[in-house]
Ligand binder design. Structure first.
Ligand SMILES: *Cc1c(COP(=O)(O)O)cnc(C)c1O
Length: 366
């Protein structure tokens, strides 16, 4: 079996977890602080506020900006449902642009959605590739919008300008079990705005400034030292992991580039792609449809994923939700029907990558 993701916990994680258990301080403490330091430098930001998952990171960022019911947030229609749920949880209204060939929010689709209730734009760096941040930031600045980055899939990805994702306003990362750096459940918000950072630290901890002094109705979004101990050692290995993912992606693309009816993912020029997923797309010219290709992968014990099978709003619970405005995102809807992710993770051996290539080529008659 060649799995789509593989979780390996190193000896360093085991040692640090045992250390936490031995010291007996399991909740938020010194290791969370260390984790925050690593996250701040990952996102080239002054501050990092660790939270218990990526969804609460997004909620915290929206709340910290003072976004209120009736305010609108523009995001991508091709994303994990958490992006939408976080906006709704914070009480805001969500609107969707469309995606470009990089599967990220197309800057050209944003402007038509902006009105006097629009407060923020929330690009998602899908599959580990930064969205077109120079264009998105320029629109946001011109129209007075906040930028919240959903960087849940993009630890250490960089933009065409060489900037870290998560450094453009408020950066939200997830450390869920299958992300490129993980601790089971965890999240962080990064920012260089001291006032927002302060507000988020308070909101994270029941709205409490000092013991039993409450400034605002807050949450318990705290991360545990136990979880931080799992994440911290992975920062030392992340360069090697990204290099291995890049090599696997390059090998896959070299092997699949000429297959009729298959479009390999494009690493946009200058952007530092970290290959959370390697996602191909089938066109009408393919000799089998997506289900046919999946059958071949299953038969040959090759893992796969569809991220995501529908535009994120395309479910009854969102179609009928008063906080969801659907303007129509035809490219996202079409891509959702034809995309397929193949294994690209850092633990793959070269001959496993070659097996993936062979099976896909054979299924598509190449
Ligand atoms: C994983 C993910 C999230 C949510 O993170 P959790 O830690 O699972 O809450 C948000 N957005 C995207 C794009 C994700 O992939």
């Amino acid at each position: 079996m060649i799995p789509i993701t593989k979780i390996e916990i190193g000896a360093e994680e085991r040692a640090l977890v045992l250390d936490v258990l031995d010291r007996g301080h399991l909740a938020q403490g010194p290791l969370v602080e260390r984790f925050e330091g690593l996250c701040a430098s990952m996102a080239e930001s002054e501050h990092a506020i660790a939270v218990n998952n990526g969804t609460t990171a997004l909620v915290l960022a929206i709340e910290a900006l003072g976004i209120r019911p009736g305010d609108e947030v523009i995001t991508s229609p091709l994303t994990f449902v958490a992006t939408v749920n976080a906006i709704l949880e914070a009480g805001a209204t969500v609107r969707f642009g469309d995606v470009g060939d990089d599967y990220n929010l197309d800057p050209a689709s944003i402007e038509a959605l902006i009105n006097d209730r629009t407060r923020a734009v929330m690009p998602v760096h899908l599959y580990g590739q930064a969205a077109d941040m120079p264009a998105i930031v320029s629109i946001a600045e011109r129209r007075g919008l906040a930028v919240i980055e959903d960087a849940a899939q993009a630890h250490f990805a960089t933009t065409a300008e060489g900037r870290a994702v998560g450094s453009h306003g408020l950066g939200c990362f997830s450390f869920y079990a299958t992300k490129n750096i993980m601790c089971g459940e965890g999240g962080v918000v990064t920012t260089s705005d001291a006032a927002l950072a302060d507000r988020m630290r308070i909101l994270r901890n029941q709205g409490m400034r000092a013991r039993y002094e409450y400034e605002v109705a807050g949450h318990n979004y705290r991360l545990t030292d136990l979880a931080a101990a799992v994440a911290i050692p992975q920062f030392d290995r992340v360069d090697a992991a990204i290099a291995a993912r890049r090599a696997n992606a390059a090998r896959l693309t070299e092997g699949l580039d000429d297959v009729r009816g298959l479009i390999p993912p494009r690493a946009e020029s200058g952007r530092g792609h970290v290959w959370h997923q390697y996602t191909v797309r089938l066109t009408d010219e393919a000799s089998v449809d997506r289900d046919g290709l999946i059958d071949s992968l299953v038969e040959n014990e090759i893992g796969h994923g569809i991220y995501y099978p529908r535009a994120v709003y395309d479910y009854e619970c969102y179609r009928s939700h008063p906080g969801v405005v659907i303007d129509g995102s035809p490219r996202a809807e079409s891509y959702a029907r034809s995309i397929l992710s193949l294994p690209v993770h850092q633990h793959l051996l070269d001959d496993e990558v070659d097996t993936v290539i062979e099976v896909v080529r054979e299924a598509l008659g190449a």
